[in-house]
Design a protein around this ligand. Structure first.
Ligand code: ZN
Length: 499
């Protein structure tokens, strides 16, 4: 009885949030620039309404009564999971006082504006006070949320519930030596890979067509989705029946659009695979940001950057682009896609160097938040770590500490979820290959339904029902680990670079 009342309230909140997501999608894809001010008001109103409805005393009391009513019910049931997840979200949401939320929101808008100008102008000095302010507000928020051991635990908890700072440290301690030495070996004695073919001229309309063909083949459902272009590709969903992806096209960079589409389709397949009974409840969506990212990276890297995938798709690709691909074959195209180049920019990083960019940000966020580093000294610390991890120095702050949008949005504690996604993708891939030895052959024939079915069963159908740690344990039989990922990278790149 109470559960039904609670659910109808949660359904309204979910409707408000999904309506806000439609406005956000429109802003990033079709809205004319002049619409920005009105849109900001509309989004703020919807965000305030859903926050007020969720944090209202009425919600708390419905939740409490529903919990009492369900006491002793099976912990495995959807109803019990709904109450657990709602309780976790609710307790977290009511911990921040309204004036702090308002100050964070205000600071975010201003800091983002300063950052938008500071980045292209290489003007870190103008951004530094805003980073300082963001750190101070983040510390205050973490104190409200509470943490047992490290301040960063309170931040991680929003994106990766159940994961602690020391878990992330242990993960990077395992990864770092292997990654640094693999990068060094590739740079020093790898057989060079030529990726010039990717930068020839590729008609954009045909890129669009081909990218749609790829994601449709993977299982992305266009009757419940669509693909548009955006400056920063993303996936968003308003229900399991309307899950949208975006990509971006560059006339002289074929792989950017194709792999961005496959990446976002990986996120979308997760959302499209959520069970209908989780609609309009907090159980819809992904278990965590890291688990979500594992789905996009699995399809992008383990599948989309595999040799078999291009054995299958290259003939069609060459038919679509006969001129730029006239002198290339599947093998050379695949090698070009996997080229490893240490670079200053995270979003351009290859599979091998990517996590070192994340480690750097994780180090710096902890040093800044725990007071070992000041905002003024942060660029030097950034550059020192770039030299240590990747053997290069960024030419300026535009290509260094100013490159990411996250800190200007007040987002700290998020970066590790990218690495968790990479590790988990490889761990799931290894397990899927044990369960289905035919998998590589299927991919080389363009058959993706068995892999999608496996992911639906192990991950997608659970929505947010389990904490990420539980979900990973159930899906793979062990906790998150880095061995599968290091094994995958070492095998693939030793062969590719003939180390
Ligand atoms: Zn992603």
């Amino acid at each position: 009885m109470m559960l039904e009342k609670l659910k109808s309230r949660l359904a309204q909140i979910s409707d408000l949030e999904n309506a806000a997501a439609v406005l956000d999608w429109d802003q990033q894809t079709h809205m004319p620039p002049g619409g920005a001010n009105a849109r900001a008001e509309q989004r703020a109103t919807l965000a305030t309404l859903s926050h007020e409805l969720f944090t209202a005393a009425e919600t708390g009391s419905l939740l409490e009564q529903a919990e009492r009513e369900r006491e002793g019910a099976a912990a495995e049931s959807d109803a019990a999971a709904l109450l657990r997840v709602t309780r976790r979200d609710y307790d977290r949401a009511i911990k921040l006082p309204a004036d702090l939320v308002a100050e964070i929101t205000r600071t975010r808008a201003l800091a983002q504006e300063v950052w938008t100008r500071a980045r292209p102008a290489n003007d870190y000095a103008s951004f530094a006070p805003w980073l300082e302010k963001t750190i101070e507000l983040t510390r205050r928020a973490a104190a409200c949320w509470g943490y047992r051991d490290r301040l960063y635990d309170a931040l991680l908890d929003q994106y990766e519930p159940g994961t602690t700072t020391s878990d992330v440290e242990a993960m990077f301690n395992e990864l770092k030596p292997g990654l640094v030495s693999l990068v060094r070996a590739i740079v020093e004695r790898g057989t060079p890979v030529d990726d010039a073919v990717l930068h020839r001229e590729y008609d954009v309309a045909r890129q669009r067509e081909f990218s749609e063909r790829l994601v449709r083949a993977l299982g992305y459902d266009f009757t419940h989705g669509r693909q548009d272009t955006a400056a920063h590709p993303f996936c968003t969903s308003f229900s399991r029946d309307d899950v949208r992806i975006t990509t971006r096209f560059d006339l002289h960079f074929i792989s950017q659009a194709l792999l961005a589409s496959v990446h976002e389709a990986g996120h979308a397949l997760y959302e499209q695979g959520c069970p209908p009974e989780f609609e309009r409840t907090p159980l819809r969506g992904g278990a965590s940001m890291g688990v979500h990212e594992s789905q996009s990276r699995l399809w992008e890297n383990l599948v989309g950057r595999s040799q078999g995938f291009w054995q299958h798709f290259f003939p069609a690709l060459r038919e679509t682009f006969p001129n730029p691909l006239a002198d290339t074959d599947a093998e050379r195209f695949w090698r070009a896609l996997c080229k490893v180049t240490p670079s200053a920019i995270r979003v351009e990083a290859d599979e091998v160097t990517y996590n070192l960019h994340i480690l750097l940000r994780f180090d710096l966020e902890n040093d800044l938040l725990e007071g070992r580093l000041s905002a003024a000294d942060a660029p030097a610390a950034w550059n020192a770590r770039m030299a240590e991890y990747l053997g290069l120095t960024p030419p300026d702050d535009t290509h260094g500490i100013l490159q990411d949008i996250h800190w200007s949005l007040g987002i700290m504690g998020y970066f590790p979820t990218y690495s968790i996604g990479n590790l988990l993708a490889a761990q799931l891939w290894e397990k899927a290959n044990q369960d289905m030895p035919e998998l590589p052959a299927q991919i080389a024939r363009g058959e993706f339904a068995p892999l999608l079915g496996w992911l639906r069963e192990k991950i997608h159908r659970h929505g947010r029902k389990y904490l990420p740690g539980e979900l990973i344990q159930r899906a793979t039989g062990e906790p998150l680990q880095s061995r599968s990922y290091l094994r995958y990278l070492t095998e693939k790149y030793s062969e590719l670079y003939q180390l």
